[in-house]
Write a protein that binds this ligand. Structure first.
Ligand code: SAM
Length: 327
């Protein structure tokens, strides 16, 4: 009965599941912070900058009344942004049960530490599930199609295997309407690999983050290895401490095309900041959020180390092929 192929497939699936669980447990265990704790964070300005980037993406691509799918929504940190965009319906999915609970609490307005506010104007559905394993078209058959899908700081967790990366893109494609938009943020593999090449060993970082590659991904092997499952450990002070996977962007782009998702743009966060800070409305927004992304050393702005972390990420927009059914 021995089936070597079947066994290795099984082993791969098992370890993939263990890593997915590690990621879920990590995010589930992160509790909500009080406003004071949040403001004291060593990466508070980076968090504000990332909120600004996500807000700009939402303002650029969401329209009043849109149905929104937030894949890996976390604790619902973007709910207020969607509310400001006056969207009509929101579905949030995340693998971390604790985060979905926090998201539900925030949506219900019970214990929002950051802002006591009136209820959100749009109805919402919040689901706990693995977006890179489960077929979501069945689960969300009554909610689809969506006008916008958002996946913020999360799609790279699908890159542990080709099957999971494909499931992520298949889910997004199946749920978006023709002409619908995918907006997102994820690590910029070009920057990460460049830093790895410049590093002395397999690790690099600064006072607020470090990245450490597994021994098996020393540069030589890295070149010849599959573009999936290139694992590193990511530590970001007061935010992240779990396994992540490199997403070579050209592979992401061509795989997405197989699922009718065409690249509109991808920009490193630094470039994104420089480009959109030319527009007065987004400068205002940056001021209101309390972050200034120019990298100077004033206490009211990002520290150079935080600015370096911003450089590790990119923002992207893809469009589902086909004609929009409304204007
Ligand atoms: N999108 C939120 C934001 O921008 O605040 C959360 C970002 S957090 C860095 C990454 C999120 O991805 C976590 O909430 C985590 O639970 C979620 N995640 C990781 N793997 C996932 C999976 N397989 N399915 C669904 N969510 C996942």
């Amino acid at each position: 009965k021995h089936n070597p192929e079947g066994d290795s497939q099984f082993l791969e699936d098992e370890s993939t599941k263990i890593f997915a669980r590690k990621v879920a447990e990590h995010y589930s265990a992160r509790t909500n912070q009080t406003l004071e704790e949040r403001e004291a964070s060593p990466i508070i300005h980076l968090k504000k900058l990332n909120n600004w980037i996500k807000s700009v993406l939402i303002q650029l691509y969401a329209r009043r009344g849109d149905a929104v799918l937030d894949l890996a929504c976390g604790k619902g940190g973007d709910l207020i942004k969607w509310d400001k965009a006056k969207v009509g319906y929101y579905v949030g999915v995340d693998i971390a049960e604790g985060s979905i609970e926090d998201c539900r609490t925030r949506y219900n307005g019970d214990a929002d530490h950051h802002q006591r506010r009136k209820k959100f104007t749009f109805p919402a559905r919040l689901i706990c599930g693995d977006c890179y394993e489960a077929r979501l078209d069945n689960v969300l058959a009554d909610d689809a199609p969506f006008d916008v899908c958002s996946s913020q700081f999360a799609l790279h967790y699908s890159w542990s295997t080709e099957a999971r990366a494909r499931r992520a893109l298949a889910n997004i494609s199946a749920l978006l309407r023709p002409g619908g938009t995918l907006i997102g943020t994820m690590p910029d593999a070009n920057v990460i690999i460049k830093k790895l090449r410049e590093a002395e060993g397999l690790a690099f970082g600064n006072s607020v983050y470090w990245i450490r590659f597994d021994e098996e991904f020393s540069e030589k092997k890295f070149k010849s290895s599959s573009p999936f499952g290139i694992k590193y450990k990511f530590h970001l002070e007061d935010a992240v401490d779990c396994p992540e996977w490199v997403v070579p962007f050209h592979v992401f782009k061509s795989l997405a095309e197989e699922y009718d998702l065409e690249l509109v743009f991808a920009k490193n966060s630094h470039e994104f900041v420089h480009e959109y800070l030319k527009k007065p409305e987004y400068v205002d927004l940056m001021r209101r959020l309390g972050a200034l992304g120019d990298g100077n050393q004033d206490k009211s702005t990002l520290s150079p180390d935080e600015w370096e972390v911003a450089y590790l990420y990119l923002a992207f927009v893809l469009k589902k092929r086909g004609q929009p059914d409304r204007t």
